[in-house]
Design a protein around this ligand. Sequence first.
Ligand code: PLP
Length: 380
Amino acid sequence: MTASPETLSPIAFLDLPAQQARLGDAIRRRVDAVMAHCRFVMGPEVAELEQALATYAGARECVGVSSGTDAIQIVMMAEGIGPGDAVFLPAFTYTATAEVPLLLHATPVFVDVDPRTFQIDPASLEKRIADVRSAGTLRPRAIVGVDLFGQPAPWPELRAIAAREGLFLMDDCAQSFGGALTGRKLGREATATTLSFFPSKPLGSYGDGGAILTDDPERADLYRSLRTHGEGKTRYEVLRTGMNGRLDTLQAAVLLAKLEGFDAELARREEIAGAYDAGLAHHVTTPARVPDSHSAWAIYAVLVESEAARAALQERLRAKGVPSAIYYPRPLHLQPAYQAHHDGTCLPVAEDLSSRILALPIHPELTDADVARVIAAVRG
Ligand SMILES: *Cc1c(COP(=O)(O)O)cnc(C)c1O
C-alpha cells in the first residue's frame, strides 16, 4: 500500500538538517580545527577559502567579507559612489542590491527585466540611462548586473553599455556562484563580483558571509583595507573610512568543507531542474534558459496566468505538503522604502512577474520521489 500525499511528511523548501546529516562530519572537522587554534578573526581558513574561491572562479583575487550586502557596499565605497550618483539596477531583485546605494547617499535607478529569463533588460537599461541624462539632476555612475536565480545577467550587452556610457560595472552574484556563461564560471563578467554565503544560497555557510572577486589587484587591496576599518600597511594606520566587514573564520571553515561537494550539488540541482521542465512544461511556464549558460539553480521559478491562479496553486501545493515561495512579491520600485527615490516610471515586466511568479523547491537534498511529488502536485 502506498501512502497518500496527505500522509507523507512535508517537503522542505530548504533542508539544512538533511544537508548536515550528509556533510556534518566534514564540517565538524573543519570547525574543530578553528576551535583548536582560536584565531576566530582572520584565521588561516579565511585565506585558504579566498584562494579556493578565486581558483574555482578563475579570478585573480578574492576578498572574504561579512555578507553579500557588505560586499556590495565595499565595492561601491571603493569606487567613491555617493551623493548625486545614479546606480542602475534591476527592479526585480532582492532589496540588498538597492539599499546600498542609498546607504551611501547615492540613488538607485530601477531598470526593467526580461519577461522570460527575469534578468535585467539591456533595452530598458539604455532607456533609463537616457532618462537620467535628460533629467540632468543625477550623474550616471554605475550598473549592477544581478545574476538572478542562478542564471547570468546578459553580460556582453551590459559590458557594451557600460563601456559606451563610461559607467562602472559590477556583478551581484549573490544567488549564482557556480553558474557559468559561455563555458566560464561566473566571477569575471564585471570589474568586481560580489558573492553571498547566506545559508539559503547555493553555496551557503552557517551564518552570514560573503566575498568579492576581481582581476584587479589594486581594487582587491582597497577592498581588504575597507573590510578592516580602512587600515593601511600597519594595523593602527587608518587611511580611509572603512567598515568592520570581515568574513568569520568559522564561516570560512564551514565553506571549505562545503566547497568540496559543491559541483556534485550543482549537478543534482541541474538534474532536478530538468525533471521539473519535462514534467511541468504543459502545465505552467517553466523558466527560460539564458543562452549558452549554466544555472546554479538557486531558485526554480515558474509563471502561472494570474495572481489568483498562483494563490490557488500555492494552496493546492500546501495541502500536499509541497512548499513554494514568491520571489519577489513586489518589485523594488514599488516598495515603500524606495518609492520616494523612484521617478515614477512604470516597469511593466517586473510588475507583472511579481504577480505571477512562483518558486518550487530545488536543493540537492530532494530525492527523486520528492521531485515526482512536486511535479504531481503542480499538475494537480
Ligand atoms: C542574498 C542576496 C544579497 C545579500 O546577501 P547577504 O549575504 O544576505 O547580505 C544581495 N543580492 C542578492 C541578489 C541576493 O539574493
